[in-house]
Design a protein around this ligand. Structure first.
Ligand SMILES: [Zn+2]
Length: 890
């Protein structure tokens, strides 16, 4: 995807590459695709026939193809006629194959026949291979697909843009002992004459976009069930893992039935397979009828999977299945409206899990994982609007980010609350019915919601989807008899606290709650101007007033001191609802970087939360405290020591009350809270806590005493940080011997936190150079390095020295895996010198082309901005931290 906010700092900008979409003179209506993959030679042969309707007279037809050896292209103008061989030319920048017709053809229906050979590549895109070990430890391969956004063209020539919907007949010829899967059910299976191969033919798909086609071939096993509506559901895995699919299987069957009812449109295919693929670049992919997942995103082992991971599995399963309606049935016209599928699948996943898996308390996690995450990225100057201008979809990967997912999702939630759920649902049903088997743009959705609600939804929402950023509301109050008069002013929230060059304004749905009835919405307003006054009737003097009840809005609130102080007692007593407590503390933590709230003020509010008992609220407190630690680390050893003492003082009692063991009757949040608090105490150097964690690890290894899955990562982290080579080797051994991906990943994240450089070097060599960590997971090696100066420096240097290998391994600068490594390698730095060094490196790096630099402009800009924010936080709080630590009687 392209960018609308380039960094523009590298000397000579590259000459603009002119991207072209396919011409609109022709469109496909049907594909007959036959592929014959060979898992030994990593290649496939293909033969496809495409029914094309020529709409305007032309002598050239254009289709996408990439990394395919095209052996021949032929034309059939009348059914039954002999095919005529045609000449072609190829544009490798646009991936467009131009087919020269024998003469100018008038509008008519023709067929194009392609014969080609392709590679089962190892780049996790197109038709690719994935490697795993069988139970005897021998290396095996399976082949599967990832076509979104522009990779169907790696498997067969096609009109590879979402607007070109067609039906597909797929045939796969494979070794006879392998399973072959595609979007639809098998209609025939014919053995070859020598019995070594078989030809598997699948039923015709509904009309759909090319990025949703899928195949999978390998030694697979499955479990199955049926939905109440009769759809066959299967979970496929490599051999030995099918039982781990039971949780997802049960949930997915329930989910299809639930969506059938919620959308009031039944799932139209006879089957839906969910398959766990060992190598997978995204989390999962919603291919119609054959949904592909990373193993970790689909498989659950009841005694081993952590609660967080299990809830993520539930969310990802529900997300992909929501796409069967949002995305597959109704598809965006162009990638600019990618959010139309991602924002709604993300919202529906919470709707389903919230209604069907109450044990996860998923809406609490929504606040941190979606709302706060979306605001985190959208607070940067290098953010982008939800509706983002996309020129070249080959540069699209960077847009699969927290704006397209988390912000879109949060904006949908705000709108759902504003219109009410029944009205919102009615609008979505209108939209889905009207555009089914077709394409839509954002405006179409607003029109449907306007029809359902009788309100002008376009006017309300366009500011949220077309403008970058979101507002912070500054609130002051005065009492007028029995009424409270609020003065509310909006401005764009920018994390560095600076001015918004565009003076953006939003229509902000405001809800108000008050101290006498904290769980109710006392009043509702719509802020349309820069500044407005609102009167809340029936509020006693001294009673607190809070905006954004239930933290349903995608905005932050900054209160006057008087208003904030009035709320503190009800935060302390937990009389204020948990969603509001989270919102308030998260806003304060974010305002730290703007310089409008000091770390001392934050610590004061955090201290009044000593009785807090909810995991997500503690998470928000913990995040603010980690900022204190990060600043202190940059100041001096002495300061860092004092800051740690302050944190021990604040967390110690809660840690002692919680202990380490699970208590009977606890809800799912308690063990996570325990892990969070104890891990923070350990990071702050609280020796009894460190000793306890190390003992748990020793007991686990020596006596087999299980570690609760929810405190496992915290335990591994303490071992890696506190026990040197001995603990590191044990973690490495555990990683090597476990068969479970979550444990592999956790051991790796923990090892990356080691404070010893030779061990970190060993880990990076193991993961990257010896390729012992799957490319999809290698970015986790960077994750823990930001917690020490040594780790920061090592990770950054490693990235610089190996950028060429990273580009090669992940398939270029457009790869989201590459871009995430880039960000992780730099974003924890905290001074201006580093910001400049980071930026200069990419300007001068010889391994990057000018096109790469264009592709990377936004991720680089975002990382430089994050480094500067860290520096700014420190400068704004240096003396405040010194005073705070002096006054804290440590
Ligand atoms: Zn999605």
């Amino acid at each position: 995807m392209t960018f609308v906010y380039p960094m523009a700092t590298c000397g000579n900008p590259a000459p603009a590459f002119k991207f072209e979409r396919l011409p609109t003179n022709a469109e496909p209506t049907h594909y007959d695709v036959r592929l014959s993959p060979c898992l030994n030679q990593f290649s496939f042969e293909g033969l496809s026939t495409v029914d094309v309707t020529i709409k305007e007279a032309t002598d050239v037809l254009k289709v996408h193809a990439q990394s395919l050896l095209i052996q021949s292209v032929s034309l059939i103008t009348n059914p039954g006629d002999a095919a005529k061989k045609l000449d072609t030319t190829y544009d490798d920048k646009l991936n467009i194959l131009s087919i020269k017709l024998p003469s100018v053809l008038q509008p008519q229906k023709v067929q194009l026949v392609f014969k080609f050979i392709g590679e089962l590549n190892d780049k996790m895109r197109g038709f690719y291979r994935s490697q795993y070990k069988d139970k005897d430890g021998s290396e095996k391969f399976l082949a599967s697909t990832q076509f979104e956004s522009t990779y169907a063209r790696l498997a067969f020539p096609c009109f590879d843009e979402p607007i070109y919907k067609a039906t597909f007949d797929v045939t796969l010829e494979v070794d006879s002992h392998l399973t072959a899967l595609s979007n639809m059910n098998v209609i025939s299976e014919t053995p070859s004459t020598d019995g070594k191969r078989k030809v598997v033919k699948f039923a015709t798909t509904p009309k759909m976009s090319s990025y949703l086609v899928a195949f999978a071939v390998g030694e697979l096993e499955y479990i199955s069930t049926k939905t109440n509506s009769g759809v066959e559901m299967r979970v496929y895995t490599v051999p030995g893992k099918k039982e781990q699919g039971q949780y997802s299987l049960d949930l997915s069957a329930k989910c299809i039935d639930w969506y059938n009812e919620w959308f009031d449109i039944p799932y139209p295919l006879p089957k839906c397979d969910l398959i766990a693929i060992p190598d997978f670049s995204m989390g999962a992919m919603e291919n119609w009828g054959l949904v592909t997942y990373r193993e970790i995103a689909l498989l659950v082992d009841p005694g081993v999977t952590s609660t967080r991971q299990k809830s993520r599995v539930a969310l990802v399963v529900a997300h992909e299945l929501a796409h069967l309606w949002f995305g597959n049935l109704v598809t965006m016209k162009w990638w600019t409206d990618l959010w139309l599928k991602e924002g709604f699948a993300s919202f529906m996943e919470y709707m389903f899990v919230g209604a069907n898996c109450p044990e996860f308390k998923i809406w609490l996690h929504f606040l941190n994982d979606e709302l706060a995450s979306g605001m985190g990225l959208d607070g940067l100057r290098n953010s982008h609007p939800i509706e983002v201008e996309i020129d070249n979809p080959n540069e699209l990967d960077e847009i699969y980010d927290s704006i397209t997912y988390a912000k879109s999702n949060s904006v949908n939630r705000m709108l759902c609350y504003y219109l009410s759920e029944p009205v919102f649902q009615k609008g979505l049903r209108i939209y889905l019915k009207k555009f089914q088997y077709s394409n839509a743009v954002t405006q179409d959705l607003w029109s449907a919601l306007s029809e359902a609600s009788g309100q002008n939804v376009n006017e309300l929402m366009s500011g949220w989807t077309q403008q970058m950023g979101f507002p912070v509301l500054n609130v002051t109050q005065r009492q007028d008899g029995n009424n409270r008069v609020l003065t509310v002013e909006q401005r764009r929230f920018i994390s560095d606290g600076g001015e918004d060059p565009k003076n953006s304004l939003w229509q902000v749905p405001i809800t108000v709650s008050v101290g006498s009835a904290p769980s109710d919405v006392k009043a509702r307003f719509l802020l349309k101007e820069k500044q407005q006054e609102f009167v809340v009737e029936g509020v006693a003097p001294g009673e607190w007033v809070k905006l954004n009840s239930g933290t349903t809005g995608f905005y932050r609130v900054e209160y006057s001191d008087e208003m904030l102080t009035a709320m503190l007692p009800d935060i302390a007593s937990r009389k204020m609802p948990v969603l509001d407590r989270f919102g308030l503390i998260n806003d304060l933590s974010a305002l730290l970087n703007t310089g409008r709230v000091s770390i001392a003020q934050f610590v004061q509010v955090a201290a009044s939360s000593a009785n807090e008992d909810e995991y997500v609220v503690w998470g928000a407190i913990d995040e603010g405290m980690s900022k204190l630690l990060a600043c202190s680390r940059e100041m001096s050893e002495e300061t860092l020591k004092s800051a740690k003492q302050l944190i021990v003082k604040m967390f110690e009692k809660t840690g002692a009350d919680l202990g380490f063991a699970e208590q009977s009757g606890e809800d799912s949040q308690k063990m996570m809270l325990r892990a969070l608090v104890q891990a923070r105490l350990a990071r702050a150097g609280h020796q009894p806590t460190i000793d306890k964690f190390n003992q748990m690890f020793t007991d686990f290894l020596e006596k087999g005493t299980p570690i609760h899955p929810d405190i496992r990562l915290a335990t591994f982290g303490v071992v890696a940080r506190s026990t040197g080579k001995e603990g590191f080797d044990k973690l490495m051994n555990l990683r090597e011997t476990t068969a479970f991906q979550e444990i592999e990943r956790q051991a790796m994240i923990a090892m990356s936190q080691t404070p010893e450089q030779p061990l970190l070097a060993q880990l990076f060599e193991y993961g990257f150079e010896k390729n012992k960590v799957r490319p999809q997971d290698q970015l986790y090696l960077f994750l823990g390095t930001g917690s020490t100066h040594m780790g920061q420096q090592y990770a950054w240097q490693y990235f610089c020295e190996h950028i060429k290998e990273f580009l090669e391994k992940y398939g270029g600068a457009n790869s989201s895996l590459f871009q995430r490594c880039l960000k992780f390698a730099g974003e924890s730095f905290g001074n201006e010198k580093r910001a400049v060094e980071f930026q200069d490196f990419f300007c001068n790096c010889k391994d990057l082309t000018d096109t790469d630099r264009q592709t990377l402009a936004r991720p680089i800009g975002q990382t430089v901005e994050a480094i500067r924010l860290n520096a700014r936080l420190l400068e704004a709080n240096r003396s405040i931290i010194e005073n705070l630590l002096k006054q804290s009687n440590l």
